[in-house]
Design a protein around this ligand. Structure first.
Ligand code: AMP
Ligand code: ZN
Length: 119
């Protein structure tokens, strides 16, 4: 595989390929889920596509199936973690959205009551 500069320097690409360690929660041929290093809730898991996509803003209709898969995996992990009282799934997107890692990811947060609006 030929890597572009963005992919070579991407933290989550390195986590997906295993060159940076992480605590695996779930994986399949299209996605990888791992524990967030700075948990904001008792359960805080990141779900990322194996292929590099910079953000939700970089997606198109061609990514619809993959995006749907990521969301359904978030729900599956929430069931596996017995988050019966509910949870929050977040995709921070771009600078105003608070995105700090430029590889698309879903946050799955649970185990405490969430407030609204977010900060
Ligand atoms: P965002 O700010 O939405 O881009 O989310 C990036 C998330 O990645 C933050 O919640 C960080 O705590 C998390 N993070 C950063 N580095 C690592 C790492 N090496 N392993 C696991 N999570 C990480
Ligand atoms: Zn990446």
């Amino acid at each position: 595989m030929r890597y572009t500069g963005a992919v070579m320097s991407c933290l989550f690409c390195k986590i997906v390929e295993g060159s940076i360690p992480s605590t695996a929660i779930y994986q399949d041929s299209d996605c990888y889920a791992f524990a967030d290093i700075g948990p904001q809730a008792p359960t805080h898991i990141l779900i990322v596509p194996r292929k590099h996509i910079a953000s939700l803003a970089a997606t198109s209709e061609a990514d619809a199936e993959l995006l749907g898969h990521l969301v359904t995996i978030a729900a599956k992990i929430a069931r596996d973690k017995a988050l019966v009282n509910g949870y929050r799934v977040v995709m921070n997107t771009g600078p105003d959205g608070g995105q700090t890692v430029d590889h698309l990811h879903l946050h799955l947060l649970g185990g405490r009551h969430m407030t609204w609006p977010p900060g």
